[in-house]
Ligand binder design. Structure first.
Ligand SMILES: [Zn+2]
Length: 178
């Protein structure tokens, strides 16, 4: 990570940018590494455990994660063009939240284990078998790359309530909205 990392403003529900489908990263160059570093800085500052590029308004298939517990040594992970190549039949339920939907949490059921192929920050092809929190977090962030939010998995009634609440809040913020 460089010394010139920048904390970026987060895109918040109901901004339609969050529904955009991100495009693959073609070349892993200094700009992409810089973007990954800025995303990590933004994620740690929030604080959060995962962030997709679209959440800072960049529609590229790139996400960052760090699922280590507070007090443990940081383990920043960068996933470029991640693809789920296997999902377990077994499912698990986690209470999820999202930096783009602040202070809202809901239980979401997803495959308990997945295999993800991706390219790392150095441009090397990698694969990871994930389970537990890492599996949930990866699926949540990969969803962002496809314009999908975790509230899409809850009941329509609850989802409409959340969207209404955030739409009202955005109007209150008015011209100052970022
Ligand atoms: Zn999210």
């Amino acid at each position: 990570m460089g010394i010139d990392m920048t904390i970026k403003p987060l895109i918040i529900l109901p901004d339609p940018v969050l529904r955009q489908v991100s495009t693959p990263v073609e070349t892993i160059d200094a700009d992409i590494r810089r973007l990954a570093d800025d995303m990590l800085e933004t994620m740690y500052d929030a604080p959060g455990i995962g962030l997709a590029a679209i959440q800072i308004g960049v529609p590229k298939r790139l996400l960052v994660l760090d699922v280590t517990k507070e007090g443990e040594e940081k383990q920043p992970l960068v996933f470029i063009n991640p693809k789920v190549v296997h999902s377990s039949e077994e499912r698990s339920v986690y209470e999820e939240g999202c930096l783009s939907i602040p202070d809202y949490y809901a239980e979401v059921e997803r495959p308990a284990a997945i295999t993800v192929e991706y390219v790392d920050r150095e441009g090397k092809e990698q694969a990871v078998e994930a389970e537990g929190l890492l599996a949930t977090c990866l699926q949540h962030e990969i969803d962002h790359l496809n314009g999908v939010l975790f509230i899409d998995y809850i009941s329509k009634l609850k989802r409409d309530m959340v969207i209404r609440r955030f739409t009202k809040a955005a109007k209150t913020r008015g011209a100052k909205a970022i």
